[in-house]
Write a protein that binds this ligand. Sequence first.
Ligand SMILES: [Zn+2]
Length: 307
Amino acid sequence: MHALTIDAEDWAQLMCSYLGHTMPVSEQFVSSIERTLNMLGQHDTRATFFVVASQAIKQPAIVREIAECGHEVASHGWTHAKMHEFTPDSFREDLRRSIDTLEEITGQEVYGHRCPFFALMPEQSWAFEILQELGLEYDSSLTTLLWQAQKIALPDEPFVCALPGGREIVEVPALARKVGPVTARLIGGRGFRVMPSSFYLSHLREREEQGLPAMMYVHTYETTPDRLMRYVPSHLPIRERAKLVVAAKAFEVGMGRMNRALHRLLDQYEWAPMRDVVAERRQKGTMPRVVVTTEGKVVSDFAGVLA
Ligand SMILES: [Zn+2]
């Protein structure tokens, strides 16, 4: 059983906010979630949706529908802010607000979190305690390859972060391979859109042989068959509009092919929400552990103490 995760976010609004401009949540937020729900329905597959809560609050009906279709709704933060921009206090506030909002909309408890860009780095190891403190069971926010670059080896599978005071939280990391200068994550993002299918099929085969779960992530806007460019807001200054048009074109490369591949993978493999995958790993009792010290430092003796 592999984890199927969907990041539900409004591409145009986020890109606009990165340029310092505001725009309302676009119609794409709703239509791309609807399309994703239809696709999962066709394959009778359930997934975890990591939802940006400040966008969810503007379109609560579609977020409620995600939960009513039997999928898990988890936190993708309040505003999709980057991890390195947070202090522990501002992260706690952002996370709490996102959890409260999503729980109010769906009437269901939130169990998991994913930060934007899988960019939780060793410098933000304090986040594990806050995630646990706010009642979450798991997090899926880091890329092991990026931690290795800082000489911290982490398991390439779901692992337990042992926190001070005997508390713990499970981390489900994203795996990646270096392809030239690019970090291509398995299975999702640019790697999924442009790499040959052998890139992720061999990974899935290997995971099944090892008895380990793979994790796939797809953005709702990646299931959009119409041009992303359509959603570039017209009120932006021309230079910034041009930047977004270039970004939209880059995202569109390989999107059609990725959608066909996605249908095949949904057909051929068994997928489940992340919470179910974490529960299965817990039940097996084989999850590796890493220790987070009281100073918020990760000490991993997995493949040698490197921290
Ligand atoms: Zn995101």
